[in-house]
Design a protein around this ligand. Structure first.
Ligand SMILES: [Zn+2]
Length: 138
């Protein structure tokens, strides 16, 4: 779990976003609470640290995160917009030799569905082979 400021900063810098204090706080809120908050819920919490904070500031920053795929936004039944941190997805790689399991970040693997007949919402797969350690010594 990402909780330290360095990791939070890295998430933003990797996306070319300046890691301002307020942005880090919003991100930290989303990651630690995992409660799919509304703008108002974030506002209620963060205004205790930033009395001058406006809901618009939170909203604009959340939209910036959404634009950069750091956060996803969705609507529940009551139509209130909610936000959620997008966890870095991993695909498991199993080594047949040492039986170790490695996590391969999804963004290092390119999977493209050429035929657009179906609407793909999720990809579930795993990789199997010989890991770099075993490969080196075989
Ligand atoms: Zn291995």
């Amino acid at each position: 779990m990402i909780t330290n400021t360095q990791d939070l900063k890295k998430i933003l810098i990797n996306k070319g976003i300046k890691p301002s204090y307020i942005r880090l706080k919003i991100l930290e809120y989303l990651i630690t609470k995992e409660n799919h908050p509304t703008v108002d819920e974030i506002y209620q919490e963060l205004k205790q640290i930033f009395p001058t904070l406006s809901k618009t500031t939170i909203y604009l920053n959340l939209n910036l995160f959404v634009k950069h795929n750091i956060v996803k936004s969705f609507n529940m039944d009551n139509n209130e917009q909610r936000f959620d941190f997008i966890k870095q997805e991993h695909i498991n790689f199993f080594c047949e030799k040492c039986k170790k399991v490695y996590d391969i970040p999804v963004n290092e693997i390119k999977i493209e569905y050429q035929n657009n007949e179906h609407k793909i919402k999720e990809t579930v797969l795993y990789l199997k082979g010989i890991c770099k350690e075993c490969f080196q010594f075989s």
